[in-house]
Design a protein around this ligand. Structure first.
Ligand code: ZN
Length: 434
């Protein structure tokens, strides 16, 4: 599989982010449903609804939260905070409230960012019932002693947790799993970029015949992953590779966080890819903090799931603030992220193991049109070297990624040489012999 045809999704990556940006989302509720509906215009999804109170591993599906409006008015009736101006203004999962409070009670329920006084913070209170507002610190400093009317028109009641699942059947039942979270309101990099890249990868994959099967999960963070793992525990041994995707549209270098095991095939694929890529990157060891790799890599599952982002969760000033907006990300970086993950998929698909069918002495490559007597092409030397490495190491023990690592040659050169050797019957796939 080379994924070169019909795979240009670049022009719509940013437009999906823009379409999803205005919606208010949370770990449950209609914002999640609307988000999945918009994704479904590009990708067929199975939508799952799991009832409040359902036991999932050590957790329970919470009440569903929906909000219609929220504001704070001063005694003159002027709105000093308005949910309709930004959905970040309300503490996500706030309980409904309508009452009059003095400045000190209001202050106890207000969150600001003194170090970035013009940004609105994003705060949540999913598992601890509370009400609250988030505002610019500069506006907060203007507040005077007064009687304030606070109003949050929301429901927090029995309902469902909603998530979406895309599945593409390949030749094998073994799966490549992609996971992205869908629970943040108007924040762009975290995580509309992850949603858009994942949706477009799915749209590309569904037009291809693939060796592996592909599953893409669009989940509310933590509780969604725990719910999915709880429901699918019996099938987890199908997962051969996995990537948690987020933060893919900023200008930073790529960061790959290894799986808990640290030496799984997805770790090797990503490591080998970035060794030869012009894209700046950094490898991070596993840690039990971050996104849903925490659940997939909990010790009882310990799945081969790493995390690919550009910026790192919690380590950039715009993180979880109104400054993580549409101007913080750009199409060029989104496209690059899409292309990198596409290449990782190509590596996974093509990482096979072969036997050299003519292992005694070097086969005569010139007779087979593979030894170029006239040089000059830029990659000729790489190609010739790749032929020699693939022939020498194809003893049924080394996969193409092993050969790439041992030779120091990039995977695409190794793969290109392999395809040429297959065409003249100098290689035979190990699986086909068995
Ligand atoms: Zn987040």
């Amino acid at each position: 599989m080379n994924l070169t045809e019909h795979t240009d999704q670049s022009n719509t990556l940013m437009s999906l982010v823009e379409e999803l940006y205005p919606l208010n989302r949370s770990i449950t509720g209609d914002g999640v449903r609307q988000t999945l509906k918009i994704i479904e215009k590009r990708l067929p999804l199975t939508i799952h609804e799991v009832a409040t109170g359902t036991k999932v591993l050590d957790w329970e599906v919470p009440n569903e939260w929906n909000i219609r409006d929220a504001w704070v008015k001063n005694s003159k009736g002027e709105k000093i905070i308005d949910f309709k101006e930004s959905n970040l203004h309300v503490l996500n999962y706030s309980t409904p409230i309508h009452k009059k409070v003095n400045l000190s009670e209001l202050t106890a329920h207000v969150f600001t960012l003194p170090e970035h006084p013009t940004w609105i913070p994003y705060r949540t209170s999913y598992y601890n019932e509370n009400w609250g507002f988030c505002m610019r610190h500069a506006d907060f400093l203007e507040l005077k002693e007064d009687e304030y009317e606070v109003f949050i028109d929301a429901d927090l009641a029995a309902g469902h947790l909603t998530y979406g699942e895309f599945y593409h059947q390949g030749e094998l039942t073994e799966e490549f799993l992609l996971v992205t979270h869908i629970c943040h309101p108007s924040l762009a990099n975290d995580n509309l970029t992850g949603i858009s890249v994942a949706a477009h990868l799915g749209a590309m994959l569904q037009t291809q015949q693939t060796r592996y099967s592909y599953r893409i999960l669009f989940l509310p963070v933590t509780i969604g992953a725990i719910t999915w793992l709880s429901i699918n525990e019996a099938k987890l041994n199908r997962i051969k590779f996995g990537l948690v995707l987020s933060l893919l549209g900023d200008n930073g270098p790529f960061h790959y966080k290894k799986s808990r095991r640290g030496d799984t095939l997805i770790d090797t694929i990503v490591e080998t890819y970035f060794e030869h890529s012009s894209a700046a990157s950094e490898l991070l060891p596993f840690s039990p903090y971050g996104y849903d790799e925490r659940q997939f890599c909990s010790p009882g599952f310990n799945l081969p799931v790493g995390r690919l982002t550009r910026a790192v969760h919690g380590e950039f000033p715009e993180y979880h603030t109104s400054a993580d907006n549409l101007t913080f990300i750009n199409q060029t970086k989104l496209n690059e992220s899409f292309e990198v993950i596409k290449e990782l998929i190509v590596m996974a698909e093509n990482d096979k193991t072969y036997y050299n069918t003519n292992p005694k002495g070097e086969p005569q490559l010139g007779r087979r049109g593979l030894f170029k007597t006239i040089g000059g092409q830029r990659n000729t030397k790489n190609f010739q070297m790749a032929l020699l490495w693939v022939l020498n190491l194809s003893d049924g023990e080394n996969s193409l990624i092993d050969i790439s690592k041992k030779s120091g040659l990039d995977f695409s050169s190794i793969n290109e040489a392999t395809q040429s050797l297959l065409a003249v019957n100098l290689l035979q796939e190990v699986e086909l012999i068995n």
